[in-house]
Ligand binder design. Sequence first.
Ligand SMILES: [Zn+2]
Length: 109
Amino acid sequence: MSAWFISFADKTGSRGVTVVRATDPASALRMVNAARINPGGEALIVRIPPNVEAAMAGWNMRLVPPAEARRFDREHPNLVKANEDVIPETYCVCRGCNEAQMISCVHRQ
Ligand SMILES: [Zn+2]
């Protein structure tokens, strides 16, 4: 099991983010769909380390609005900076496939 941070966005900006515990990115997105919290748009799915997951406590399986996510970034500058220094394991599902729930589109960035 890993923790996955999922960010949903379209051309106009963020549609929100969430955190899911799952074995792989496709399972993580399936769980988001089953919980009916997928806001559509392109999905970026990033494996996050335990310290980041701990800081995001309360985001699990909840669609966090963009303003709340931006506030988190402002309030945790050191955490954001530290994670920019590691090469993230990131996956992407394009907007069309995400909105059609075509999980097979999940691919490594
Ligand atoms: Zn696709």
